[in-house]
Ligand binder design. Structure first.
Ligand code: GBH
Length: 507
């Protein structure tokens, strides 16, 4: 009798397991990898490319980068793009997300001068991908602003929205016959908070109280300009989609108290709601409760206006609904408290405006990058929330990944653990009915990790930065990702037999 009970329990347990293992990804789900121009291209001043704010920062302030490095050459994808496409074929990718260097296309920043060599490079790259049936997903702006535009204030200048539209039109005109997935901006929070409000990204402006919010407003308007330009003048003939990618980590309450719930909502509004709310909500404009907080604090601090500038009714209407999909870069989670674990930021500042506590449980594993911790159900929590809040938008995960230390270690089991858990969370998200259409792993290959330089590696392929040829070698995680893409399910037992990569038939 006892034996029978144990046996049947075992059967039930195995059944549960196998059901979970066999959940599969839809056949039209887009699996891909992502990179960004400054991080992989190199050729920083070749063939007529203009200077970007990252060229400027790394050359004039090398001490700001952890290992004093730069991306003058980095993975040299400018010269290695055929090898990059070969790697995509080895992995069996459906899609590849990459970004365009604005100053490679428009060296002055403005549309008065279009660089034919820049256009040619991206044409060749796109054509090479299409030859093998790989869908290009193109980001127009992943942080490398032309330095000339920064000298005029960059995103703090209200005219930025017009300059950006001019650039977007040049891009749609040249590549829109073949590119059908457009992303206007990568991670507004990182642009505006880390770049304008802090000194963690170029241009290291450190104007948290005012700069962050000016940038936020102008970025949203620039996005809306590009979206409408595409929608009115290109979509009718080109037929693609245009969206924006926001970094959306999960901020959940530390306890289930109403105060912690509210604090978590404030964190979500300040960290990404500033960018999603004007575009994806039903009312439009900046998020309500956070706007009230900033307005109140601004008044107390003696400002004659809220440091968070409001949109006019016309601007509000223009931004509202101006996106075909929401791109989500998701890496990690935090637990938010109304009272505990508060950090004392400067006054005034965004951190002071938020006025919340942030907690990371000790048992969440930490990557090489200290901000990147592995949290349970992270993707599921974030995406089901967005699904409910914004009336089931089409979502793409446009980045997700895990860093390891410097060097070309090919056995990256921690990364494999992270990816498998993340993709289980993707399956949970799909089961919950979220309109999730694709997943891009960050990153195809090791690259320049901004102020972390080359000290953190995110690549499925290791890059030898000492070797003039910038040889790329697949890590163990590359084989695991390939296996998942090919079979459309996650085999937790799978181990590659060899570390030799080949291109499967049909790729
Ligand atoms: C993405 O940013 C970027 O789009 C991509 O270019 C980058 O390479 C990739 O992720 C990996 O980092 O604790 O103050 O140092 C991810 C967004 C990056 C936001 C790190 C928080 C550090 C904060 N995050 N950032 S801090």
């Amino acid at each position: 009798m006892k034996l029978l009970v144990i046996l049947s329990l075992l059967v039930v347990a195995c059944h549960g397991l196998s059901v979970k293992q066999q959940r599969s990804f839809p056949s039209d789900f887009l699996f891909g990898c992502a990179t960004a121009s400054y991080q992989v291209e190199g050729a920083w001043n070749e063939d007529g490319k203009g200077e970007s704010i990252w060229d400027y920062l790394t050359h004039n302030n090398p001490g700001a980068v952890q290992d004093q490095s730069n991306a003058d050459i980095t993975a040299d994808s400018y010269h290695n793009y055929k090898r990059d496409v070969e790697m995509m074929r080895e992995l069996g990718l459906d899609a590849y997300r990459f970004s365009l260097s604005w100053s490679r296309i428009l060296p002055t920043g403005f549309a008065n001068e279009v660089n034919p060599k820049g256009i040619e490079y991206y044409n060749n790259f796109i054509d090479e991908m299409l030859k093998y049936g790989i869908t290009p997903m193109v980001t127009l702006y992943h942080w490398d602003l032309p330095q000339k535009l920064q000298e005029l204030g960059g995103l703090a200048n209200p005219l930025f929205a017009d300059w950006y539209e001019d650039y977007a039109r040049v891009v749609f005109e040249n590549f829109g016959d073949r590119v059908k997935h457009w992303i206007t901006f990568n991670e507004p929070r990182e642009i505006c908070y880390e770049g304008y409000g802090f000194d963690n990204k170029a241009p290291l402006l450190n104007s948290s109280a005012v700069g962050t919010y000016l940038c936020a407003k102008h970025l949203v308007l620039a996005h809306a300009n590009a979206y409408h330009a595409y929608n009115n003048d290109f979509k009718p003939t080109q037929g693609g989609v245009c969206g924006i990618t926001v970094s959306i980590n999960w901020f959940g309450p530390l306890t289930d108290s109403a105060e912690d719930e509210f604090a978590a909502e404030i964190a979500r509004q300040a960290e990404w709601g500033l960018y999603t709310e004007p575009i994806f909500s039903t009312e439009g404009g900046f998020p309500k409760e956070f706007s009230e907080r900033v307005a109140e604090k601004s008044a107390q601090q003696g400002y004659l206006w809220s440091r968070l500038p409001a949109f006019t009714e016309e601007e509000k209407a223009r931004a509202l609904g101006a996106s075909d999909f929401l791109g989500v870069n998701h890496y990690t989670s935090r637990l938010i408290s109304a009272t505990e674990y508060k950090s004392t930021g400067a006054v005034p500042s965004l951190v002071d405006d938020e006025d919340i506590g942030i907690y990371v449980p000790e048992d969440w594993p930490v990557a090489q990058s200290p901000w990147l911790v592995m949290a349970p159900d992270s993707i599921y929590n974030a995406l089901t929330h967005l699904h409910k809040k914004y009336n089931s938008p089409v979502i793409y995960i446009t980045e997700n990944g895990w860093s390891i230390g410097p060097g070309r270690d090919l056995i990256d089991d921690d990364r494999i653990t992270y990816y498998r858990a993340a993709l289980e969370s993707v399956l949970d998200t799909l089961d919950a009915g979220v309109n999730l259409k694709g997943y891009m792993a960050w990153s195809l290959m090791d690259n320049f990790e901004w102020l972390e330089g080359y000290t953190a590696r995110f690549g499925l392929y290791a890059v030898d930065f000492e070797d003039p040829a910038r040889t790329r070698t697949p890590r163990k995680s590359a084989f695991v990702y390939k296996h998942i893409i090919k079979n459309r399910y996650i085999d937790h037992e799978y181990e590659p037999e060899t570390m030799t990569m080949t291109i499967d038939e049909g790729n």
